[in-house]
Design a protein around this ligand. Structure first.
Ligand SMILES: [Zn+2]
Length: 79
């Protein structure tokens, strides 16, 4: 009998709930996007949204509360 809870998180872009391990965790500090360091606010993006500028750029602007080249920063983090 398995009763383990699978951690579920929500992608900030498509709002889909997915297993935590299928999501990527980031944070935004002073207009700089980075991988989550373990401290502060963070958010999750799914792999589909990371590939789609239209889908995730608005969500990044909303999370970071300003506009910058977040999609390009995101691409650099993924590669
Ligand atoms: Zn998504």
């Amino acid at each position: 009998m398995s009763n383990l809870k699978i951690p579920i998180r929500t992608c900030i872009s498509c709002r889909e709930k997915k297993e935590k391990k299928l999501l990527n965790r980031y944070q935004c500090i002073d207009k700089s996007l980075s991988l989550f360091s373990g401290n502060g606010r963070s958010f999750y993006l799914c792999n589909d949204c990371i590939e789609n500028k239209k889908k995730c750029e608005k969500a990044l602007f909303r999370q970071c509360r300003n506009k910058s080249n977040y999609f390009e920063q995101l691409k650099n983090l993924v590669e």
